[in-house]
Design a protein around this ligand. Structure first.
Ligand code: GDP
Ligand code: MG
Ligand code: ZN
Length: 340
């Protein structure tokens, strides 16, 4: 087949290569990254990730990724490693399904964290509460979660009974890209299978049957759904880092942001200053201590990452000038002048 005509979608990204889905709907094909694929990282050029649209060149017989097209949205996590780089989890996503189980009890702090990640991506978040069949009153539990998910649809579903899946099916419009994020065991792959109408992903249940490793979903993977939408399944990511973004935080915590705007001092730290609207709301119970703590925690992380990004930027700038200076000095010696 030929890749001449237009972009193809990355179905799965591996080290040094990607699987792409050709338009003809045939089996995905492997394309290697350019030989300078790793150098591209330092260059700030995009390394292809699942959901990316890429141009592939197979003129020399071996398909390789020539270019990653600009992204309409990117789900970015802080990869907190020594390299302190951001990791793009998925690209060109329209809807982020924040998946959380109802049993055991939902972790609201985790939902808030993933909502912040979703808002920052540019995609629209929707909360999906799984395992509704295991609790007596899923509707009221969904309402509680809804209080922590301002301006976001919250749906309680059961993949076991099929209850509550209809509103999610409504999101699967032709051409739409959705991604599921959430802890391991929340039922993400089970949900993907339920929406796909067939077992495309292996789930926790199967793992017990065929006795394979502990985590069944090991790769982020793009699954085509009937009707023309695609869904990206992800493994549960422990301690997912939110990448600094004041706007995303202010959207997730719109209620807190509203209070902050009412504090008497513009630079209020909400630590006992007079006229602090946040403290007042805590005192009356209008703002819960839990939500306040969750907001403070994410805000601190965001501030830390912003500082780290700044120093990273400064280091890059220093390197850039060093290079320019070196090139300039080489230039002074004269280009192409015979040596000695
Ligand atoms: N009762 C019940 N169990 C579910 C539901 N969804 C998922 N599970 C179970 O939860 C476990 C983890 O599911 P899995 O999809 O692998 O979770 P993932 O790690 O988020 O992909 C499996 O044993 C599923 O059968 C549900 O709606 N109801
Ligand atoms: Mg899974
Ligand atoms: Zn205040």
């Amino acid at each position: 087949m030929s890749f001449d005509e237009g972009a193809v979608r990355v179905v799965r990204a591996d080290k040094g290569s990607v699987l792409v889905a050709p338009d003809d709907g045939l089996e995905p094909l492997r394309a290697v990254l350019d030989r300078d694929g790793l150098a591209a990282l330092d260059d700030g050029r995009a390394v292809p990730t699942v959901g990316d649209w890429v141009l592939v060149d197979d003129a020399d017989g071996e398909p390789h990724v020539r270019q990653v097209l600009p992204r309409s949205s990117a789900l970015v996590r802080d990869s907190a490693g020594a390299t302190s780089r951001e990791q793009v989890l998925a690209a060109n996503v329209d809807v982020v399904l924040v998946v959380e189980h109802l049993d055991p009890d939902s972790d609201l702090g985790r939902v808030e964290r993933l909502l912040t990640l979703a808002w920052r991506s540019g995609a629209r978040p929707v909360v999906v509460l799984t395992k509704a069949d295991l609790v007596p009153d899923p509707a009221s539990m969904a309402q509680d979660v809804g209080a922590a998910a301002i301006a976001v649809e919250v749906h309680a579903v059961s993949a076991a009974t099929g209850a509550g899946l209809e509103p999610l099916r409504a999101l699967l419009t032709p051409g739409a890209t959705l991604v599921v994020v959430g802890p391991s065991g929340a039922g993400k792959s089970t949900l993907v299978n339920a929406l796909a109408g067939r077992d495309v992903m292996s789930t926790g249940e199967r793992r017990e049957q065929d006795g394979r490793g502990r985590h069944t979903t090991t790769h982020r993977e793009l699954v085509p759904l009937p009707g023309g939408a695609v869904l990206i399944d992800t493994p549960g990511i422990r301690g997912i880092g939110v990448v600094a973004d004041e706007d995303a935080l202010a959207t997730t915590f719109a209620d807190v942001a509203e209070l902050v705007a009412l504090c008497r001092f513009a630079d209020c730290h909400h630590e006992g200053e007079p006229g602090c609207a946040v403290a007042d709301a805590l005192a009356t119970g209008e703002l819960s201590r839990r939500r306040y703590d969750s907001w403070r925690k994410l805000a601190r992380e965001a501030a830390y990452q912003a500082r780290r990004a700044d120093s990273r930027l400064a280091a890059q700038e220093r390197n850039r000038w060093k290079k320019i200076t070196q090139e300039y000095q080489r230039g002074m010696r004269g280009p192409g002048r015979p040596r000695g």
